[in-house]
Design a protein around this ligand. Structure first.
Ligand code: ATP
Length: 196
């Protein structure tokens, strides 16, 4: 039975922490594939400071290169209105072969916000959750039905990157070279909130 990981986020922009988390999930859960799902209009975070979805999707493609285990799913950036995970998981579930197992991946910093998600019962009926340890977080207290993905800390966030890019600070330790070239070529994140 195929097992597919669904990794949602804003990826604004994608950085080494995201890619390391994806690799950790592939290994820990023996996933066959992992879909990165950039959010179109994140209901909890809002759109402030979010560069257009086509840019974020393209940076994700550049970050994962030609590894066939990874793909970028653009459903949320194509859909109008708030990007509810329940709509995305439902759409993916209808397209998968029968018997495919779906696992929704989440960094541990997002785990305590799950009770605010729309359609949680339906999501749970279609996919299981796996929580990835971010910044060395202890996963022991999580509910038993959740998978746990251990991962060494990769101390970077997109917020940190956006601030560094706006300040002109060097970011090459945190971001793949083709992603950095892309965002420079498209003049993304150069000035505080110039991309709103
Ligand atoms: P921002 O700083 O803009 O809030 P972010 O860096 O937290 O962004 P998101 O796009 O919100 O990145 O994250 C997508 C997913 O990746 C989330 O589940 C998040 O927990 C996880 N993630 C982000 N950065 C890391 C990291 N450094 N290590 C492990 N997981 C991470």
């Amino acid at each position: 039975m195929a097992c597919i990981g669904l990794f949602g986020g804003t990826f604004n922009p994608v950085h080494h922490g995201h890619v390391a988390a994806a690799h950790a999930a592939l290994d820990a859960l023996s996933l066959d594939r992992l879909l990165f799902i950039p959010s179109g209009h994140p209901p909890l975070k809002g759109d402030a400071g979010l560069v257009p979805g086509n840019h974020r999707a393209e940076m994700l493609r550049l970050a994962v290169g030609d590894d066939p285990r990874f793909a970028v799913c653009t459903y949320e950036i194509e859909r109008k209105g708030p990007s509810y995970t329940v709509d995305t998981v439902r759409q993916i579930a209808t397209e998968m072969e029968r018997g495919t197992e779906l696992i929704f991946l989440l960094g541990s910093d997002c785990a305590d916000r799950l009770d605010r998600w729309k359609g949680m019962d339906e999501i749970r009926s279609l996919a299981r959750f796996a929580i990835i340890s971010r910044d060395g977080a202890d996963l022991t207290p999580l509910p038993q039905e959740m998978f746990r993905v251990p991962m060494g800390p990769v101390a970077v966030s997109s917020t940190l990157l956006r601030d560094a890019l706006a300040d002109g600070t060097d970011v090459q330790d945190w971001i793949a070279a083709p992603v950095l070239a892309y965002l420079r070529a498209h003049d993304l994140y150069t000035r505080p909130r110039s991309y709103v």
